[in-house]
Design a protein around this ligand. Structure first.
Ligand code: 2F8
Ligand code: CA
Length: 136
């Protein structure tokens, strides 16, 4: 297939789910060494795909407001305007020190899937890399 061994394919993109835990920056570095970057979620469909995987659903995504508090940017430099995928009450910059986003899905009592949370970038968490192979 178009994705390397150990990667999962969904639509046109390849996904790598880490087996260990790192800080957000170290996770991003790992992805770059793999010719990818931390996961950017582009659509509701992609968010849904990730929600259906189950298992350990707690990983860094490529979204940070380190540059400017409250302005959430993807690792490709684009600004995220999505509010619908954050967990209720998030992002809250708890204790003034949460600048990196984790995908941390669970179903609330109404059956609504709650997902993203901001957490301190220094936490050691699993991560997901992704990239879209060129068609040639
Ligand atoms: O209640 C949500 C809140 O839970 C924790 O703080 C008590 C999380 N903190 C860490 O994961 C370090 C917050 O990010 C989260 O907003
Ligand atoms: Ca938070």
């Amino acid at each position: 297939g178009p994705c390397p061994d150990g990667w999962r394919r969904h639509r046109c993109s390849c996904y790598y789910f880490s087996n260990n835990s790192k800080t957000w920056s170290e996770s991003r570095q790992d992805c770059r060494e793999r010719g990818a970057d931390l996961l950017i979620i582009n659509s509701r469909e992609e968010q849904h795909f990730l929600n259906t995987l189950g298992g350990k659903m707690h990983f860094w995504i490529g979204l940070t407001d380190s540059e400017q508090e409250g302005i959430w940017k993807w690792v490709d430099g684009t600004t995220s305007t999505t509010t619908q995928f954050w967990r209720e009450g998030e992002p809250n910059n708890a204790q003034g020190g949460e600048n990196c986003a984790v995908f941390n899905s669970f179903r609330d009592t109404l059956g609504i899937i709650q997902s993203w949370n901001d957490q301190p970038c220094s936490l050691l968490i699993h991560w997901v890399c992704n990239y879209t192979p060129n068609v040639s």
